[in-house]
Design a protein around this ligand. Structure first.
Ligand code: FES
Length: 130
C-alpha cells in the first residue's frame, strides 16, 4: 500500500469536502427553483374591482387583463394593503408604487415582482403562478 503524506491527505479531504458541499448546495438550489415554478394559487376574482389585495398578491385589472403583483414591499417586506389615487402605498415607511408595480416614491428602490396570472374559464377565479 502506498504511503501518503499528511499534507496530501489534508488536501484530499479538503477537496472532497468542498466537492461534496458544492453538489449538495446545487441540489438544494435547483430543488427550490422547481418548487417555485410549480406553485399555483387560485383566488377569487372580481373583474369589477380595479385593485384587489390578497395576503401575498395584489391583482390589478388593466384593460380587462389582470396583473398579479407581489404585495411584499421591496423595501423591507411589509404587506402593501392600500391604494390611494391610483398608487399602491406601503403602510410601513410610505413607499409608493404605480399600478404596474414601478416605484413612484421610496425608500423602496425596486419594482414589485410580477407573476403570470390568468382567469379561470368560469371567470370567477384567478390562477397565479409564483
Ligand atoms: S417596508 Fe415598505 S416602505 Fe419600508
Amino acid at each position: 500500500m502506498k504511503n501518503i503524506s499528511r499534507r496530501s491527505f489534508i488536501k484530499w479531504v479538503t477537496l472532497s469536502t468542498g466537492v461534496f458541499f458544492t453538489v449538495i448546495w446545487d441540489k438544494m438550489v435547483s430543488r427550490q427553483g422547481m418548487i417555485k415554478i410549480h406553485k399555483k394559487i387560485i383566488l377569487p376574482y372580481n373583474s369589477n374591482k380595479k385593485v384587489t389585495f390578497y395576503h401575498n398578491f395584489i391583482v390589478v385589472n388593466q384593460k380587462n387583463r389582470p396583473e398579479a403583483l407581489s404585495s411584499h414591499c421591496t423595501h423591507l417586506g411589509c404587506i402593501i394593503n392600500r391604494e390611494e389615487n391610483g398608487v399602491l402605498v406601503c403602510p410601513c415607511h410610505g413607499s409608493e408604487f404605480s399600478l404596474t408595480g414601478k416605484v413612484v416614491r421610496g425608500p423602496a428602490d425596486k419594482p414589485l415582482p410580477h407573476y403570470p396570472a390568468s382567469i379561470t374559464p368560469n371567470k370567477k377565479e384567478i390562477l397565479i403562478e409564483s
